[in-house]
Design a protein around this ligand. Structure first.
Ligand code: IMP
Ligand code: MG
Length: 337
């Protein structure tokens, strides 16, 4: 049996800095489990001062911690192998550390080709939707379809055996991808990804609900989105454009400019309550500080305050009165918490 699991969830539309948080706390765990999505994700972290971007490989690998790509994920073997080779070239020894659940479905080349011609959703073109479609259509192929050793760079395993039989008392960090606003069920359908991005997704990967200790919710002090949904933001607003620029809001997977709008506390509170967030991290208020304008939406009304301090006070107050969050941390640097 595992000892306990903490789950990281994204409370907005992805790109809130979950990777950075996973990186900051990973060394406190015996295993990291990535529970959803595929190479559509892009987690940017600074490891010993060096920028590292991962797409599929869980962040624990950078610390020599064994890491599982869980059954809720979809995996393109070539892209995974390339990512592992890139990590090796950057000096990370990944030998014996990377596991893929035998039930995770494969993203084939045909899925990527199909997804590349998407002009409706604004996908990342990684074949994610078509691979999940085939999974649910029962025409896909789980990893075990390739036999026991499809690669020399990672091992195919049964998460049950590894977490519940082979090891005892492991502390697990569940690392999510994407976010609440693009969750297949809770998101703004059809402008969503094809996987589950809530705490429920970690449970689907084999984590017993009563073993979940902390749910770590990650959000930014403003909202971003990349995709084809209309009316997400006023793209001619000079202050929002300034936030995009100062915040370096470009997709880590696609390089696309992210659209920016003011913090939506109504949306964030919903995501906090549905996920049961205990520990909340708010990233990138330093970007608002640099731009010097502080606004948020609450009760569908746009509010403005004059200083960062007042912004933080208002946000803390509203979140605390609307949820059961135990701890709120404002992280003001891209390099840590
Ligand atoms: P897909 O996941 O590639 O199918 O893309 C579906 C939608 O989710 C698009 O709007 C993507 O921009 C968005 N998306 C997918 N992965 C991420 C991510 O890691 N960060 C932010 N947006 C994402
Ligand atoms: Mg990202």
């Amino acid at each position: 049996m595992i000892s306990y699991a903490d789950v990281i969830v994204d409370l907005q539309a992805g790109d809130t800095g979950k990777g950075k948080i996973a990186h900051a706390i990973a060394k406190n765990y015996d295993m990291v489990l990535r529970y959803n999505g595929g190479s559509n994700a892009g987690h940017t972290v600074y490891h010993n001062g060096k920028k590292v971007v991962t797409h599929l490989v869980p962040i624990g690998v950078l610390f020599g911690i064994p890491s599982v790509i869980g059954l809720g994920c979809v995996v393109n073997n070539q892209r995974l192998e390339q990512e592992i080779k890139d990590l090796n070239a950057a000096g990370f020894n990944t030998e014996g550390l990377i596991f893929v659940d035998e039930r995770a479905h494969i993203v084939f080349h045909k899925h990527i080709v199909e997804d590349s011609s998407d002009n409706k959703i604004g996908t990342t073109g990684q074949g994610i939707g078509p691979a999940y479609r085939d999974k649910y259509n029962r025409t896909g192929m789980p990893m075990k379809g390739l036999g026991p050793n499809p690669s020399s760079l990672f091992q195919v395993i049964d998460t049950y055996e590894l977490l519940h039989n082979k090891h005892n008392d492991w502390r697990i960090l569940c690392e999510g991808a994407q976010g609440f606003q693009i969750d297949i069920d809770w998101g703004d359908y059809p402008y969503v990804t094809s996987s589950h991005c809530t705490v429920g997704s970690a449970i689907l990967n084999g984590i017993p609900p009563h073993k979940i200790a902390d749910v770590i919710g990650v959000m930014k002090a403003y909202e971003t989105y990349s995709g084809f949904k209309k009316h997400f933001s006023d793209e001619n607003d000079p202050i929002l454009n300034k936030i995009q620029e100062v915040g370096g809001e470009f997709g880590a997977t696609t390089g696309r400019k992210r659209k920016v709008r003011w913090l939506d506390l109504d949306g964030v509170i919903k995501a906090i309550n549905i996920n049961g967030v205990t520990n909340l991290i708010i990233n990138k208020a330093d970007v608002l500080e640099q731009v010097g304008v502080f606004k948020y939406v609450y009760n569908e009304t746009l509010h403005e305050v004059s200083t960062l301090e007042r912004f933080q006070e208002a946000v803390n107050f509203i979140i605390q009165k609307s949820s059961e969050v135990e701890k709120i941390t404002w992280s003001m640097t891209p390099h840590g918490i």
